[in-house]
Design a protein around this ligand. Structure first.
Ligand SMILES: [Zn+2]
Length: 462
């Protein structure tokens, strides 16, 4: 890709920075990203993209399309925040800003880096007149919502030949690690209220059922593959009165495993435990499937291509100002982090390509897109080395010059990768061949059942 088109990203630096800062200042959690989605849609329209909203019946899911014909390359943007992480910007200590949520995963940068990439590809298509279509996908609710899982289930990504995304991180690398599939389910128990002292024999405790279910699951852990994870949160303990037998209780479970099949088999066993807990306590059990996401299918062809682009473009070196801040936050607030390094506080150099496909124990809804089409994912050093994910430290660094520079670098790499796929049909075919082989003949089976609709955090909390 001609340098001229990549420099569009620098020319648009102010627009991109203002958009990312606006998202930071208006953090919104899963499926309530109304302001963020509106702002990104506005930029897309101003830049000449055809915007389609309400994808997969989700109010904050949208796309911006430019160009025509094949191939169709998707660029995935996220813009949701995390609850409980309101934090003052640019400080090196925890200082809540009074907000209910904050961009603790850097998605204010993620959404905007992807946007910058889509704009650069659009400029290239416009100037060269080459065939090809770029689609910016606004994908909400990555955190705890699996927005892309719902979108993939409803066929939103079926038009794509390939997809590219990125994530802000504490180092610059092409992601080859694998993420886990997961299911999230809300288990509810209904019992009978009664005076806990005077008439306990008439009560049936839903809270007891919850506790027995959790104990049952603790015993299950020994008998599942060690790479699996089961987490839970009690979202309704029944009330505040110990002298009442609790008539209702709820527990939200998150089950992770290497693939959808394994998650499903553990889910069935957890269902049995819930039924057992209900039987033991004389309560009634029911459950709501909340969401799911698939494990990631890696694509070495795309990863190697993107790795080359990352080198060709060159990772930006930090400035003295970046280093001074990074040293300060490392000394004051990253002392518990094993990878933080006061002598080299920003890991901006591109990490060597890692062929090992290590298993990570987190999940991403990019997994579902990676089942539908060849997909790749890079990361750029947007924060000090050793900054933990989902932390106030990420929020504090989300508007700094380093974050914006790393975002523009990611945008350039993605744009260059997308144009490579539009001009190199042999490479794209190789990526597709690898995708077919890795996915297997059964193809993608969406883990989210047809009748499940996305739920915001507030609706789960109520
Ligand atoms: Zn994230």
């Amino acid at each position: 890709m001609d340098q001229k088109y990549l420099s569009v990203i620098d020319e648009k630096a102010q627009l991109l920075q203002e958009t990312a800062d606006y998202l930071w200042e208006n953090p919104e959690t899963a499926f309530t990203e109304f302001k963020s989605a509106e702002r990104i849609c506005k930029v897309l329209r101003d830049e000449g993209f055809a915007v389609e909203e309400n994808l997969a019946n989700i109010k904050t899911a949208f796309s911006g399309t430019y160009g025509s014909g094949k191939p169709v390359i998707g660029i995935l943007g996220e813009y949701d925040a995390l609850s409980g992480l309101g934090q003052v910007s640019g400080v090196t200590h925890a200082e809540p800003n009074g907000g209910e949520c904050g961009h603790g995963c850097g998605h204010n940068l993620l959404g905007v880096g992807a946007l910058g990439a889509a704009i650069a590809v659009k400029e290239w298509l416009k100037e060269t007149g080459n065939p090809g279509t770029v689609v910016y996908f606004g994908t909400p609710g990555e955190e705890g919502g699996s927005g892309k899982g719902f979108m993939a289930r409803d066929g939103v990504f079926d038009c794509l030949d390939a997809a590219i995304t990125w994530h802000p991180a504490d180092k610059t690398y092409i992601r080859t690690n694998l993420s886990l599939a997961n299911y999230q389910i809300l288990y509810k128990f209904d019992g009978i209220a009664s005076h806990a002292g005077g008439k306990p024999e008439l009560g049936r405790s839903a809270l007891d059922a919850c506790e027995l279910m959790n104990v049952g699951v603790q015993f299950l852990r020994e008998h599942i593959p060690s790479s699996c994870r089961i987490h839970y949160a009690i979202t309704d303990a029944g009330g505040f009165s110990p002298n009442v037998v609790q008539p209702h209780a709820e527990v939200l479970y998150l089950i992770r495993a290497v693939d959808n099949k394994t998650v499903k088999s553990i889910y069935e066993r957890v269902n049995d435990i819930a039924k057992g807990a209900a039987l033991m306590t004389g309560t009634k059990e029911s459950h709501d499937f909340i969401k799911a996401c698939s494990n990631t299918v890696p694509n070495t062809v795309l990863q190697m291509m993107m790795y080359e682009k990352m080198h060709e473009i060159g990772s930006p070196e930090p400035t003295e100002e970046d280093l001074a801040f990074a040293r300060k936050i490392t000394a004051e607030s990253l002392t518990q982090s094993p990878t933080a390094d006061p002598d080299h506080p920003i890991w901006w150099e591109i990490d060597p390509y890692d062929h090992s496909e290590k298993q990570e124990h987190g999940s991403t809804d990019v997994g579902d897109v990676s089942w539908v089409c060849p997909t790749t994912h890079l990361s750029t050093a947007s924060v000090a080395r050793g900054t933990p994910p989902h932390s106030w430290q990420i929020v504090a660094q989300g508007k700094l010059p380093l974050a914006h520079r790393a975002t523009r670098y990611a945008a350039k790499c993605i744009a260059a990768g997308a144009v490579e796929l539009m001009t190199n049909p042999e490479l794209l075919e190789k990526a597709k061949e690898e995708h077919r082989r890795r996915v297997g003949p059964e193809g993608y089976e969406a883990p989210i059942p047809k009748d499940v609709v996305p739920r915001s955090m507030d609706s789960l909390r109520k």
